[in-house]
Design a protein. Sequence first.
Length: 189
Amino acid sequence: MRFPIPCVIFAGGKSSRMGRDKALLPFGGYDTLAEYQYRRLSVCFPTIYISAKGNKFPFEAPLIPDNKGKDLYAPTLGLQAAFERLQSDFFVLSVDTPFVEEKEIAEIYEAYRREERDAVIARSPSGIHPMCGIYTVKMIPKLKKMMEQGIHRLNHLLKNSDTLFVDFSEEEPFYNINTPQQYEAVIRH
C-alpha cells in the first residue's frame, strides 16, 4: 500500500442540493459513487472505511456509523466516530470529490510525514478543503470540546488547531458534485 494509514470516505451528508443521496448515484462504471471511491482508493490505502448514518450501500465495505446525532448531519460526527473506532490518524475524502488522485494524496501524505501537525488539509485557490486531508489523534481533545459546546463546523476545528495547509494550484481535483446539473455535466464528460 502506498499510504500506510486508514482512509475514511465521508458519505453521510444530506445531499439536499442533489435532491437524492449522491453517494448512491451511479458513477465511473460502478453502481454507486461510494463504491467507485472505495474501489479506486483501495489501491492506495491498507483499509478503507465509509462514514455514514447507516449501511445503505449495495456493496461490502467496513462502515463507521456517525449516528450519534440522528437529525444532525455534520462531518464532525463522522470524525468523532472514526477516531473512536480507529484510534489512529487517518486520511479523509468526501464521497462527492471523485477527482482527487493519488498525486494529490501523495502531496498531503508527504507533508504529514514531514511535519508533526494536528491536521494536514488540501487548499486550492478557491479555499480550503476540510474533507480532503489527514486528521491526527491530536485533534481528539479539541473535537471533543467542540462537540460538548455544540459546535460542528470543521473550519472552526481547523482554525483552532495546528493545521498545515497543502497548496494546490488547480481546482479540478477538488471539484464537488453537489447538484443534478453538476452530476449530469460530469457524467457527460
